[in-house]
Design a protein around this ligand. Structure first.
Ligand SMILES: [Zn+2]
Length: 317
């Protein structure tokens, strides 16, 4: 899609610039999670929704029918659920969004929904949302926000492209003023940072690990051992979520369904790894990883579980 210059975006960070480039190439992530002060995440999601809905030549153009409806505050294809004050996002609110998503877009284009403060959602509401995230549609875009990424359900987080807006390189512009309460780094914020750093580190290493699985003859028991080491910073179930999410990316890349690829930044790895397995093999691997994850709940010892998984993965490839 053709976008107006990035300089016009209300918040500018390196990650948002990556997003801008992805959108320009027609890679629109289906599920994005923006983490940062609530005012900033509101400004960014609103601007992004307007951009993705615009049908003009330089989005957001401000003058097409969609942009005009957006400015009037009643765009029919734009849904926002905002947790008010201390209230949590409730199941009923998620269900309302899901009902609307069953209908076609008024303008025949995208449907965009925003769920603010996913970190406040009740577990039931978050699990309900998971159903929608698991069945992505090309025309439906989810923009989620949170002030604390560590409190978003890991199964939701692992399905999202994560954009932190409170990184050092962010320069809020315009009316977006940070809430002074949130400006002070709290112990909670520190825990959140270390949690998302752990996720980022584990993600990187899982990608390397998958490369060993797909492109090298690494024996299964060594693979099991190195996966357990990689995942030690997180719960094993979270690391398996990261693994299945990455394998899905490789599969989508393999079949040319680029809109579904969450980590397009890892293009070199996607290229290399997807060339090393067939779509059927990749599908089978994802199934095996999900199976291993469900066995965790059945209290199978983690190392035994991982060894079984890696032996089966080696049988596939
Ligand atoms: Zn427009």
């Amino acid at each position: 899609m053709i976008l107006s210059p990035f300089l016009g975006w209300p918040v500018q960070t390196e990650l948002l610039q990556t997003l801008y480039k992805d959108l320009s190439r027609g890679h629109v992530p289906h599920t994005m999670l923006f983490v940062g002060p609530i005012e900033q995440t509101r400004v960014v999601t609103e601007f992004l929704a307007k951009t993705l809905l615009c049908s003009g030549p330089s989005a957001p153009c401000g003058s097409c029918e969609s942009c005009r409806q957006f400015a009037s505050g009643n765009h029919p294809d734009y849904l926002v659920v905002d947790a008010q004050g201390n209230a949590a996002i409730k199941t009923g609110q998620v269900e309302q969004v899901q009902e609307r998503l069953k209908l076609r877009a008024h303008f025949g284009g995208r449907l965009i929904y925003v769920l603010h403060r996913m970190d406040t959602a009740t577990p039931v509401a978050a699990n309900r949302l998971l159903k929608t995230l698991e069945e992505p549609s090309a025309q439906i875009i989810a923009l989620l926000t949170a002030t604390n990424a560590g409190r978003v359900l890991p199964t939701i987080r692992s399905r999202c492209f994560l954009y932190r807006l409170d990184a050092d390189d962010s320069h809020p512009a315009g009316a977006a003023q940070e809430n002074p309460e949130l400006a002070e780094p709290s112990p909670d914020a520190a825990a959140q940072t270390s949690q998302s750093e752990a996720i980022a580190t584990v993600s990187e290493r899982v990608i390397q690990w998958t490369q060993e699985l797909l492109c090298q003859p690494e024996p299964p028991l060594l693979l099991a051992d190195s996966f357990l080491k990689i995942s030690s910073a997180l719960e094993l179930s979270e690391a398996l979520d990261i693994l299945s999410s990455w394998l899905r990316d490789v599969l989508h890349y393999r079949i040319g369904d680029y809109g579904q690829v969450r980590q397009m930044r890892q293009k070199a790895e996607l290229e290399k790894q997807s060339a090393s397995a067939t779509p059927v093999q990749l599908g089978k691997m994802i199934e095996l990883v999900l199976g291993a994850k469900s066995r965790l709940n059945a209290h199978v010892l983690p190392n035994l579980n991982m060894e079984q998984l890696c032996i089966r993965l080696r049988e596939v490839k």
